[in-house]
Design a protein around this ligand. Sequence first.
Ligand SMILES: Cc1cc2nc3c(=O)[nH]c(=O)nc-3n(C[C@H](O)[C@H](O)[C@H](O)COP(=O)(O)OP(=O)(O)OC[C@H]3O[C@@H](n4cnc5c(N)ncnc54)[C@H](O)[C@@H]3O)c2cc1C
Length: 431
Amino acid sequence: MENNKVEVIVIGAGPAGVSSAITLAKAGKEVLLVERGDNAGDKNMFGGCIYAKQTADIFPRFWENAPVERNITTQKIIMMTDSKSLEIDYNDPSKASYKAFTVTRAKWDNWAAMQAKEAGAYYAPKTFVKELIIENGKVVGIRTELEDFYADIVIIADGVNSVFAKQLGLRKEIKDEDVTLNVKEVIKLSKDIIENRFNLDENEGCGCKFIGGPIKDMLALGFMFTNKDTVTIGFGIGLDELKKHNLKPYELLEEIKEHSAIAKYIKGGESIEYSAHLIPEGGFNSMPKIYDNRVMLVGDAAMMVNNIHMEGTNLAMLSGKLAAETAIFALEKGDFSASTLSLYYKKIKESIIYKDLKTHANTIPFMKKHIKTITSLYPELACEFFDMFTNADGIAKRSKYRKFVSTLLKSGVIIKSLPFALFALEKCIKK
Ligand SMILES: Cc1cc2nc3c(=O)[nH]c(=O)nc-3n(C[C@H](O)[C@H](O)[C@H](O)COP(=O)(O)OP(=O)(O)OC[C@H]3O[C@@H](n4cnc5c(N)ncnc54)[C@H](O)[C@@H]3O)c2cc1C
């Protein structure tokens, strides 16, 4: 690197930034990847699982040598009432599918950053970027705590709070309704116990989502993931909901852990980590302008999270790759103007990022409106059905059926479900 000048600087070595850096390095471009953590991943946390398709596009056959924890073969959904629960398992034990893997961010992000370095990127951990250097209204580099670096293009991959998108005026302060606070606990258990409790073979993993119970009547979603010898458990809740109900997230997490549906999976485990992080869940309507002269925003910095399907890392990696491809085009053209970099927006528009975020543009407000039906009524009725159907309590079946049907009618579930059918239909037919 001569005179601290490279072709592209990438700020942040999360999934989005590393994906940009590796794509650029593989194309022979001079790229500097800067990360504030001592190692990439030190400052990061998630649920969570990475999705194989977009990950393999950056790291082909990564599962053979990357630090993955478990291949998710079971997807579990738990609906809870105050005391009961209904659990649904979807199993796909065919290893060939390789759909998703649990990872821990400390190990994964560090491994991924090393791949970028091996591909030829300059990698600078322990480097905190203080601000973008702007000359004559144009971004020309970054100011770190120690020195300045210059580049033709800066890719901003600094995550949900994106200080640099704000410095450029591309993003305003994030609104409470556009962000969820996620709290997570890591519980250590033996490998055998995890495999027994979640009914898994060696290396198989489970991803679980839960609703209701202690987080009923709120726009909140719980999650549990199995790693090799830990289980992560947590939930995300809209900041607006949190303030409205004046809730303490860690107290709520304790209540969740005590619910019989969850306690059986984690009992006897040792809590080894607590953390909290924001997710930008405003979706389509909260996406900022993602390019300007000499800059592009990728991943969480660009609010690219599919909140309904819990997809973030895959969209981050894809956007990082598309921004890098745009940078390669611009470098070859020798033109880093907003007009040339608008190709990035075009690529995003054609990708699943734009399409999926657009599909769910109005889903969160819709769910908020019907949250009691989703998180209270459905779990209550589902549990009541199983109670009625499976209980050999000496009461004649016909009277039990009648009682259940009368409960259904009184609950108004049929009328209350109609909006869901129409909403789902609209998602399928609307362009
Ligand atoms: C609890 C939780 C559960 C989740 N579960 C899932 C899941 O199961 N699957 C999924 O796909 N997604 C999940 N997500 C979302 C996913 O984690 C994010 O969408 C993804 O990490 C975004 O990647 P990114 O690279 O854009 O940002 P980040 O991962 O946030 O990376 C940003 C990087 O920039 C660095 N940085 C920031 N500021 C500076 C600075 N000034 N100087 C230098 N470096 C800086 C940070 O240290 C960090 O390494 C979850 C998120 C949370 C919080």
